[in-house]
Ligand binder design. Structure first.
Ligand code: ADP
Ligand code: MG
Length: 276
C-alpha cells in the first residue's frame, strides 16, 4: 500500500514557518499618563538571540516601557508617547502599519498567568491562531500544540490530558501554558513582565531553563525584580530609575556581567547589591 507523503509529524508542512528572531530598538521613548511623565527619552537596543533584563525599583516605568514595545499600552487607556520602536529597523508605530502586526510579531507574558481558564489546554495553545485568523489543518494543529508545549517545558506533564481546562493546572504550569500560547503564533520577540514573581522556586527554575532554550529562536526581554534571576538568564541588562517623582530613565545598560560586577554608576551597584 502506498504511504502518504506526510506520514511523520516532521514531514508534514508546518502551520507557520519559524521566523528569525529580531532586534528590537527603542529610540528616545518618552511616555505620559495625562500630565504625568513616566518615561524620559529611553533608548535601548535589545539584540536578537539575546535575553535583555529590565531591572529597577517599582514605579520606574518598566511595565509601561514593555507595553510600548508591542503597542499593548494602546489597550489600557494608553500613555501618550514620543519616540520610535524599531523591529529589525521597521518602526512598529509607522502610520499604515497595523497594530496586529506588532502584537503578532512581539508576544507578551504577564506576571499573573492568564490562560483561558475554562478552555482546554489544546485550545489555549491555539488561541492566538484564531485571533490572527491563521488557518491550520488538524494535523498541523496537533504538531504545533506538541511543539509549543515541548518548548515551554510542559508537554510531558500534560500530553495525556490536553482536553482538561487551563484553569486546572498549577500556577507554574499555567505560566508555561501561556508561554506555549505566545509561541504558537511564531513571535520574533517575547516580552515577559515579571513572569516568575507569582511562582515557587521550582517553577521559576523551569521557566528560566525555558528562557535559555528559547533565545536562539526568539529575542527575549524580561522584567525582573529578582537580581539572581537577572544575572542567571540575561546577556544584557538595563537599569531603570525614577527618583523623587522624576520620570523613569535608564541609568545604565550593558552586558550583564559588567552591570553586576563592574557597573559605572554607583546607583547601579547599590541596586544590584540590594542597597536600595
Ligand atoms: P514599574 O513596572 O517599573 O513598576 P509602571 O510602568 O507600572 O512601573 O509605572 C510607571 C509609572 O506610571 C508609575 O508612576 C505608575 O503609577 C504610572 N502608571 C502606570 N500605569 C498607569 C495607568 N494605567 N494610568 C496612570 N498611571 C499609570
Ligand atoms: Mg511593573
Amino acid at each position: 500500500m502506498a504511504t502518504s507523503a506526510y506520514t511523520t509529524p516532521a514531514a508534514r508542512p508546518r502551520v507557520l514557518r519559524t521566523p528569525a528572531p529580531a532586534t528590537l530598538e527603542a529610540e528616545d521613548v518618552s511616555a505620559w499618563f495625562a500630565a504625568h511623565k513616566v518615561l524620559d527619552r529611553v533608548s535601548l537596543t535589545m539584540p536578537a538571540r539575546q535575553v535583555t533584563a529590565l531591572i529597577g525599583p517599582s514605579g520606574c516605568g518598566k511595565s509601561t516601557f514593555l507595553r510600548i514595545l508591542n503597542r499593548m499600552h494602546e489597550l489600557i487607556g494608553s500613555a501618550a508617547l514620543a519616540g520610535r520602536v524599531l523591529l529589525d529597523g521597521e518602526d512598529i508605530y509607522d502610520r499604515g502599519r497595523r497594530i496586529t502586526h506588532a502584537r503578532r510579531s512581539i508576544g507578551m507574558v504577564f506576571q499573573k498567568p492568564n490562560p483561558f481558564p475554562a478552555m482546554s489546554l489544546y485550545d489555549n495553545v491555539l488561541a492566538g491562531l484564531k485571533l490572527n485568523a491563521i488557518k491550520a489543518t488538524r494535523a498541523g494543529k496537533d504538531d504545533l500544540v506538541e511543539e509549543c508545549l515541548t518548548k515551554a517545558g510542559l508537554w510531558k506533564e500534560v500530553k495525556d490530558r490536553l482536553r482538561q481546562p487551563g484553569g486546572a493546572l498549577s500556577g507554574g504550569q499555567q505560566q508555561r501554558l501561556c508561554i506555549a500560547r505566545s509561541l504558537a503564533v511564531r513571535p520574533r520577540v517575547l516580552l515577559m513582565d515579571e513572569p516568575c514573581s507569582a511562582l515557587d522556586p521550582t517553577s521559576t527554575r523551569r521557566i528560566e531553563e525555558t528562557i535559555d532554550e528559547l533565545k536562539d529562536e526568539v529575542t527575549i526581554v524580561i522584567v525582573t525584580h529578582n537580581m539572581q534571576q537577572a544575572a542567571r538568564v540575561s546577556d544584557t541588562c538595563a537599569f531603570f530609575l525614577a527618583s523623587h517623582g522624576t520620570p523613569g530613565v535608564i541609568v545604565e545598560h550593558g552586558p550583564t556581567d559588567m552591570m553586576f560586577n563592574a557597573p559605572e554608576d554607583p546607583r547601579t551597584s547599590d541596586y544590584v547589591n540590594g542597597r536600595f
